[in-house]
Design a protein around this ligand. Structure first.
Ligand SMILES: *Cc1c(COP(=O)(O)O)cnc(C)c1O
Length: 375
Protein backbone atom coordinates (compact mmCIF):
# COMPACT_ATOMS: atom_id res chain seq x y z
CA UNK A 1 0.00 0.00 0.00
CA UNK A 2 3.05 2.28 -0.09
CA UNK A 3 3.18 5.69 -1.77
CA UNK A 4 0.23 5.07 -4.09
CA UNK A 5 -2.30 6.06 -1.45
CA UNK A 6 -2.62 9.28 0.50
CA UNK A 7 -1.93 9.44 4.21
CA UNK A 8 -5.62 9.60 5.07
CA UNK A 9 -6.17 6.29 3.32
CA UNK A 10 -3.07 4.71 4.82
CA UNK A 11 -4.01 5.88 8.32
CA UNK A 12 -7.31 4.02 8.07
CA UNK A 13 -6.35 0.94 6.09
CA UNK A 14 -2.62 0.16 6.20
CA UNK A 15 -1.37 -2.63 8.40
CA UNK A 16 -4.69 -4.10 9.50
CA UNK A 17 -4.42 -7.71 10.69
CA UNK A 18 -6.97 -9.64 8.66
CA UNK A 19 -9.70 -11.42 10.64
CA UNK A 20 -9.63 -14.71 8.80
CA UNK A 21 -12.07 -16.38 11.16
CA UNK A 22 -15.07 -14.04 10.98
CA UNK A 23 -14.24 -11.38 8.38
CA UNK A 24 -14.43 -8.53 10.90
CA UNK A 25 -13.08 -5.28 9.43
CA UNK A 26 -10.76 -4.34 12.29
CA UNK A 27 -7.71 -6.18 13.64
CA UNK A 28 -8.79 -8.74 16.25
CA UNK A 29 -7.06 -8.31 19.62
CA UNK A 30 -4.77 -11.25 20.31
CA UNK A 31 -4.10 -11.23 24.02
CA UNK A 32 -1.99 -14.42 24.16
CA UNK A 33 1.43 -14.37 25.69
CA UNK A 34 1.72 -18.11 24.96
CA UNK A 35 1.85 -19.18 21.29
CA UNK A 36 2.43 -22.50 19.53
CA UNK A 37 6.09 -22.39 18.50
CA UNK A 38 5.78 -24.78 15.52
CA UNK A 39 5.96 -21.99 12.86
CA UNK A 40 7.59 -19.10 14.72
CA UNK A 41 8.50 -18.43 18.32
CA UNK A 42 6.06 -15.64 19.11
CA UNK A 43 6.19 -13.80 22.41
CA UNK A 44 5.13 -10.23 23.21
CA UNK A 45 8.61 -9.22 24.39
CA UNK A 46 9.98 -10.27 20.99
CA UNK A 47 7.89 -7.56 19.22
CA UNK A 48 6.30 -10.19 16.96
CA UNK A 49 2.68 -10.58 18.03
CA UNK A 50 -0.11 -9.68 15.55
CA UNK A 51 -1.25 -6.46 17.25
CA UNK A 52 2.31 -5.17 17.63
CA UNK A 53 2.93 -5.93 13.95
CA UNK A 54 -0.29 -4.17 12.87
CA UNK A 55 0.73 -0.90 14.58
CA UNK A 56 4.28 -1.15 13.25
CA UNK A 57 2.98 -1.65 9.68
CA UNK A 58 0.58 1.30 9.89
CA UNK A 59 3.25 3.61 11.30
CA UNK A 60 5.77 2.40 8.72
CA UNK A 61 3.26 3.19 5.96
CA UNK A 62 2.72 6.71 7.36
CA UNK A 63 6.46 7.41 7.66
CA UNK A 64 7.53 5.69 4.40
CA UNK A 65 9.69 3.29 6.41
CA UNK A 66 10.46 -0.32 5.57
CA UNK A 67 9.79 -1.55 9.07
CA UNK A 68 8.99 -0.51 12.61
CA UNK A 69 8.87 -1.52 16.27
CA UNK A 70 6.31 -0.60 18.90
CA UNK A 71 7.57 0.13 22.43
CA UNK A 72 5.91 0.67 25.80
CA UNK A 73 6.99 4.35 25.97
CA UNK A 74 8.73 6.96 23.85
CA UNK A 75 11.80 6.76 26.09
CA UNK A 76 11.96 2.97 25.60
CA UNK A 77 12.01 3.56 21.82
CA UNK A 78 14.64 6.33 22.08
CA UNK A 79 17.03 4.66 24.52
CA UNK A 80 16.73 1.18 23.00
CA UNK A 81 17.45 2.59 19.54
CA UNK A 82 20.43 4.63 20.73
CA UNK A 83 21.94 1.89 22.87
CA UNK A 84 21.52 -0.72 20.14
CA UNK A 85 23.39 1.43 17.61
CA UNK A 86 26.30 2.72 19.74
CA UNK A 87 28.69 1.07 22.18
CA UNK A 88 31.38 1.86 24.73
CA UNK A 89 34.02 4.17 23.25
CA UNK A 90 31.65 5.66 20.64
CA UNK A 91 30.60 9.30 20.39
CA UNK A 92 27.19 10.76 19.49
CA UNK A 93 26.38 14.30 18.33
CA UNK A 94 23.08 15.57 19.78
CA UNK A 95 21.33 18.82 19.16
CA UNK A 96 21.30 21.02 22.25
CA UNK A 97 17.53 21.48 22.51
CA UNK A 98 16.32 18.03 23.48
CA UNK A 99 13.21 16.73 25.17
CA UNK A 100 13.96 16.78 28.94
CA UNK A 101 13.65 13.00 29.31
CA UNK A 102 16.17 12.39 26.51
CA UNK A 103 18.54 15.05 27.82
CA UNK A 104 18.57 13.65 31.36
CA UNK A 105 18.88 10.07 30.10
CA UNK A 106 22.03 10.73 28.11
CA UNK A 107 23.47 12.96 30.83
CA UNK A 108 22.94 10.30 33.50
CA UNK A 109 23.40 7.03 31.60
CA UNK A 110 25.94 7.66 28.83
CA UNK A 111 29.01 8.56 30.95
CA UNK A 112 28.93 5.37 33.03
CA UNK A 113 28.45 3.31 29.86
CA UNK A 114 31.52 4.96 28.36
CA UNK A 115 29.62 6.65 25.54
CA UNK A 116 30.79 10.20 24.79
CA UNK A 117 28.54 12.92 23.36
CA UNK A 118 28.47 16.53 22.24
CA UNK A 119 25.52 18.91 22.37
CA UNK A 120 25.48 21.41 19.50
CA UNK A 121 23.50 24.48 18.54
CA UNK A 122 20.84 23.43 16.01
CA UNK A 123 20.81 26.75 14.17
CA UNK A 124 23.62 26.01 11.73
CA UNK A 125 23.84 22.44 10.33
CA UNK A 126 27.63 22.95 10.03
CA UNK A 127 27.80 22.77 13.84
CA UNK A 128 26.89 19.07 13.62
CA UNK A 129 29.73 18.43 11.19
CA UNK A 130 32.23 20.38 13.31
CA UNK A 131 31.42 18.20 16.35
CA UNK A 132 32.17 14.92 14.52
CA UNK A 133 35.25 13.05 15.80
CA UNK A 134 36.90 9.79 14.70
CA UNK A 135 34.71 8.02 17.25
CA UNK A 136 31.37 9.51 16.21
CA UNK A 137 28.77 6.91 15.24
CA UNK A 138 25.49 8.80 15.24
CA UNK A 139 23.77 12.19 14.95
CA UNK A 140 20.52 12.79 16.81
CA UNK A 141 18.10 15.68 16.24
CA UNK A 142 14.61 16.75 17.36
CA UNK A 143 12.48 19.19 15.40
CA UNK A 144 10.30 21.12 16.15
CA UNK A 145 12.02 21.29 19.55
CA UNK A 146 10.52 21.50 23.00
CA UNK A 147 9.40 24.07 24.15
CA UNK A 148 10.68 26.84 21.84
CA UNK A 149 9.70 25.13 18.55
CA UNK A 150 13.11 25.60 16.99
CA UNK A 151 13.50 24.03 13.56
CA UNK A 152 16.55 21.98 12.61
CA UNK A 153 17.26 21.54 8.88
CA UNK A 154 16.59 17.79 8.55
CA UNK A 155 17.90 17.30 5.00
CA UNK A 156 21.13 19.20 5.75
CA UNK A 157 21.85 17.09 8.86
CA UNK A 158 20.97 13.85 7.05
CA UNK A 159 23.40 14.78 4.28
CA UNK A 160 26.22 15.35 6.78
CA UNK A 161 25.47 11.99 8.44
CA UNK A 162 25.56 10.21 5.04
CA UNK A 163 28.82 11.90 4.08
CA UNK A 164 30.51 10.70 7.27
CA UNK A 165 28.77 7.28 7.26
CA UNK A 166 26.98 7.95 10.54
CA UNK A 167 23.55 6.78 11.62
CA UNK A 168 21.07 9.67 11.81
CA UNK A 169 18.16 9.63 14.26
CA UNK A 170 15.30 12.06 14.76
CA UNK A 171 12.67 12.49 17.43
CA UNK A 172 9.66 13.29 15.23
CA UNK A 173 7.12 13.46 18.08
CA UNK A 174 6.16 17.14 17.79
CA UNK A 175 5.60 17.01 14.03
CA UNK A 176 3.82 13.62 13.98
CA UNK A 177 3.93 11.52 10.80
CA UNK A 178 1.25 13.79 9.34
CA UNK A 179 3.41 16.92 9.13
CA UNK A 180 6.92 15.69 8.47
CA UNK A 181 8.49 12.47 7.10
CA UNK A 182 12.23 12.50 7.82
CA UNK A 183 13.04 9.20 6.04
CA UNK A 184 12.10 10.94 2.77
CA UNK A 185 14.78 13.52 3.65
CA UNK A 186 17.52 10.95 4.20
CA UNK A 187 17.21 10.24 7.95
CA UNK A 188 17.86 6.63 9.03
CA UNK A 189 15.81 6.20 12.21
CA UNK A 190 12.57 8.01 13.07
CA UNK A 191 11.39 7.93 16.70
CA UNK A 192 8.06 8.87 18.21
CA UNK A 193 6.64 9.16 21.65
CA UNK A 194 3.32 7.55 20.72
CA UNK A 195 1.99 8.91 24.02
CA UNK A 196 1.47 12.23 22.20
CA UNK A 197 -0.07 12.69 18.71
CA UNK A 198 -0.04 8.99 17.77
CA UNK A 199 -2.28 8.09 20.72
CA UNK A 200 -3.84 11.53 20.57
CA UNK A 201 -6.37 11.14 23.39
CA UNK A 202 -4.11 11.51 26.47
CA UNK A 203 -4.97 7.99 27.61
CA UNK A 204 -2.10 5.67 26.68
CA UNK A 205 1.69 5.35 26.54
CA UNK A 206 3.67 4.03 23.60
CA UNK A 207 6.84 4.57 21.59
CA UNK A 208 7.77 3.80 18.00
CA UNK A 209 11.01 3.32 16.06
CA UNK A 210 11.00 3.24 12.24
CA UNK A 211 13.82 2.45 9.82
CA UNK A 212 15.07 -0.08 7.27
CA UNK A 213 14.49 -3.78 7.91
CA UNK A 214 18.18 -4.19 8.67
CA UNK A 215 18.36 -1.41 11.29
CA UNK A 216 15.05 -2.48 12.85
CA UNK A 217 16.47 -6.02 13.25
CA UNK A 218 19.43 -4.51 15.12
CA UNK A 219 17.20 -2.43 17.40
CA UNK A 220 14.89 -5.40 17.95
CA UNK A 221 17.68 -7.70 19.11
CA UNK A 222 18.62 -5.19 21.85
CA UNK A 223 14.97 -4.42 22.52
CA UNK A 224 14.29 -8.06 23.37
CA UNK A 225 16.98 -7.74 26.06
CA UNK A 226 15.85 -4.39 27.41
CA UNK A 227 12.23 -5.51 27.50
CA UNK A 228 10.33 -2.37 26.47
CA UNK A 229 7.72 -3.83 24.10
CA UNK A 230 4.01 -2.95 24.21
CA UNK A 231 1.07 -5.18 25.23
CA UNK A 232 -1.62 -6.19 22.71
CA UNK A 233 -4.53 -4.32 24.27
CA UNK A 234 -2.69 -1.00 24.17
CA UNK A 235 -1.54 -1.80 20.61
CA UNK A 236 -5.19 -2.16 19.61
CA UNK A 237 -5.94 1.27 21.13
CA UNK A 238 -2.97 2.78 19.30
CA UNK A 239 -4.12 1.24 16.01
CA UNK A 240 -7.60 2.69 16.48
CA UNK A 241 -6.18 6.10 17.36
CA UNK A 242 -4.00 6.14 14.25
CA UNK A 243 -7.03 5.85 11.98
CA UNK A 244 -7.92 9.46 12.80
CA UNK A 245 -4.42 10.91 13.16
CA UNK A 246 -4.57 12.83 9.87
CA UNK A 247 -7.94 14.42 10.71
CA UNK A 248 -6.86 15.24 14.24
CA UNK A 249 -3.47 16.73 13.37
CA UNK A 250 -4.83 18.72 10.42
CA UNK A 251 -7.37 20.34 12.76
CA UNK A 252 -4.64 20.95 15.35
CA UNK A 253 -2.42 22.56 12.67
CA UNK A 254 -5.27 24.84 11.64
CA UNK A 255 -6.23 25.77 15.22
CA UNK A 256 -2.60 26.40 16.24
CA UNK A 257 -2.07 28.71 13.24
CA UNK A 258 -5.18 30.75 14.15
CA UNK A 259 -4.15 30.95 17.80
CA UNK A 260 -0.53 31.88 17.03
CA UNK A 261 -1.75 34.64 14.69
CA UNK A 262 -4.09 35.94 17.40
CA UNK A 263 -1.35 35.85 20.08
CA UNK A 264 1.12 37.63 17.79
CA UNK A 265 -1.21 40.65 17.60
CA UNK A 266 -2.22 40.59 21.27
CA UNK A 267 -0.58 43.39 23.31
CA UNK A 268 -0.65 41.44 26.58
CA UNK A 269 1.57 38.70 25.08
CA UNK A 270 5.33 39.02 24.66
CA UNK A 271 6.96 36.41 22.43
CA UNK A 272 5.10 33.86 20.31
CA UNK A 273 6.96 30.77 19.13
CA UNK A 274 5.30 28.99 16.20
CA UNK A 275 7.10 27.73 13.06
CA UNK A 276 4.10 28.70 10.90
CA UNK A 277 4.55 32.42 11.65
CA UNK A 278 6.47 34.35 9.01
CA UNK A 279 8.61 36.03 11.66
CA UNK A 280 9.73 32.67 13.16
CA UNK A 281 13.53 32.63 12.59
CA UNK A 282 13.40 29.21 10.85
CA UNK A 283 10.12 29.69 8.98
CA UNK A 284 11.73 29.02 5.58
CA UNK A 285 13.21 25.70 6.72
CA UNK A 286 9.89 24.77 8.36
CA UNK A 287 8.05 25.45 5.07
CA UNK A 288 10.49 23.23 3.22
CA UNK A 289 10.28 20.20 5.51
CA UNK A 290 6.93 20.39 7.33
CA UNK A 291 4.93 19.55 4.24
CA UNK A 292 1.77 18.57 6.13
CA UNK A 293 1.55 21.64 8.39
CA UNK A 294 3.31 23.42 11.23
CA UNK A 295 1.95 21.37 14.11
CA UNK A 296 -0.29 21.87 17.12
CA UNK A 297 2.27 23.26 19.58
CA UNK A 298 2.47 27.00 20.29
CA UNK A 299 4.62 28.58 23.00
CA UNK A 300 4.29 32.14 24.25
CA UNK A 301 5.05 34.49 27.12
CA UNK A 302 2.37 36.43 28.99
CA UNK A 303 3.26 39.88 30.27
CA UNK A 304 1.20 39.62 33.46
CA UNK A 305 1.06 37.03 36.26
CA UNK A 306 1.37 33.53 34.75
CA UNK A 307 -0.40 31.67 37.56
CA UNK A 308 -3.31 34.12 37.53
CA UNK A 309 -3.65 33.69 33.77
CA UNK A 310 -3.60 29.88 34.00
CA UNK A 311 -6.10 29.93 36.88
CA UNK A 312 -8.58 31.92 34.80
CA UNK A 313 -8.59 29.62 31.77
CA UNK A 314 -11.78 27.57 31.57
CA UNK A 315 -11.47 25.41 28.44
CA UNK A 316 -7.71 25.06 28.26
CA UNK A 317 -6.57 22.86 31.12
CA UNK A 318 -3.28 22.99 32.96
CA UNK A 319 -1.47 19.69 32.35
CA UNK A 320 1.83 18.17 31.32
CA UNK A 321 2.13 16.02 28.21
CA UNK A 322 0.73 17.06 24.82
CA UNK A 323 -0.80 16.00 21.55
CA UNK A 324 -4.28 15.12 22.81
CA UNK A 325 -7.57 16.16 21.22
CA UNK A 326 -8.13 18.34 24.30
CA UNK A 327 -6.20 21.60 24.68
CA UNK A 328 -3.67 21.63 27.52
CA UNK A 329 -1.14 24.20 28.66
CA UNK A 330 1.88 24.11 30.95
CA UNK A 331 4.58 26.34 32.36
CA UNK A 332 7.99 25.07 31.23
CA UNK A 333 9.84 26.22 34.36
CA UNK A 334 7.32 24.40 36.55
CA UNK A 335 7.41 21.16 34.53
CA UNK A 336 9.90 20.04 31.84
CA UNK A 337 12.61 22.53 32.83
CA UNK A 338 12.07 22.53 36.62
CA UNK A 339 15.43 20.84 37.26
CA UNK A 340 17.49 23.52 35.52
CA UNK A 341 19.13 26.36 37.45
CA UNK A 342 17.98 29.91 36.63
CA UNK A 343 21.27 30.44 34.75
CA UNK A 344 20.74 27.28 32.67
CA UNK A 345 17.17 28.34 31.87
CA UNK A 346 18.35 31.77 30.82
CA UNK A 347 20.90 30.19 28.49
CA UNK A 348 18.18 27.93 27.04
CA UNK A 349 15.92 30.96 26.51
CA UNK A 350 13.21 29.67 28.86
CA UNK A 351 11.68 32.49 30.90
CA UNK A 352 9.42 32.18 33.96
CA UNK A 353 6.61 33.57 31.79
CA UNK A 354 6.89 30.92 29.09
CA UNK A 355 3.83 28.75 28.46
CA UNK A 356 3.66 25.74 26.16
CA UNK A 357 0.22 25.30 24.62
CA UNK A 358 -0.79 21.94 23.13
CA UNK A 359 -3.67 22.97 20.91
CA UNK A 360 -6.55 20.49 20.69
CA UNK A 361 -9.32 19.98 18.14
CA UNK A 362 -11.91 22.20 19.84
CA UNK A 363 -13.25 25.23 17.99
CA UNK A 364 -10.40 27.74 17.55
CA UNK A 365 -12.71 30.71 18.25
CA UNK A 366 -13.73 29.18 21.58
CA UNK A 367 -10.08 28.67 22.51
CA UNK A 368 -9.18 32.24 21.52
CA UNK A 369 -12.12 33.58 23.54
CA UNK A 370 -10.90 31.59 26.54
CA UNK A 371 -7.39 33.09 26.27
CA UNK A 372 -8.81 36.58 25.77
CA UNK A 373 -11.02 36.44 28.89
CA UNK A 374 -8.13 35.04 30.98
CA UNK A 375 -5.80 37.85 29.87
C1 LIG B 1 7.00 12.80 25.62
C2 LIG B 1 8.17 12.86 24.74
C3 LIG B 1 9.15 11.86 24.76
C4 LIG B 1 9.11 10.69 25.71
O1 LIG B 1 8.01 9.88 25.53
P1 LIG B 1 7.34 9.00 26.69
O2 LIG B 1 6.23 8.33 25.98
O3 LIG B 1 6.92 9.93 27.79
O4 LIG B 1 8.40 8.06 27.17
C5 LIG B 1 10.20 11.98 23.87
N1 LIG B 1 10.31 13.02 23.03
C6 LIG B 1 9.40 13.99 22.99
C7 LIG B 1 9.58 15.13 22.04
C8 LIG B 1 8.30 13.96 23.84
O5 LIG B 1 7.40 14.95 23.81
Amino acid sequence: MKQKHSKRTLAVQAGTQEDKLYGGRVSPVFTSSAYDYEQEVRYPRYFNTPNQAAVARKMAALENAEDGLVFSTGMAAIMTSLLSLVKEGDHVVFQEDLYGGTYHSILNEFPRLGIAFSLVDYADPKNFEKAITKKTKAIYIETPSNPLLKITDIAAVAKIARKHKLVSLIDNTFASPVNQNPIDMGIDVVLHSGTKYVGGHSDLMCGIALSTKKVIERIKSSGMHFGGSLDSQTCALVERSLKTIVLRVQQQNENAMSIASFLEKESRINNVYYPGLKKHPNHAVARKQMTGGFGGMVSFEVKGDVDKFLGKLKLIHRAVSLGGVESTICSSVRTSHAKLTPAERKKAGISDKLLRFSVGIEDADDLIADIRQAL
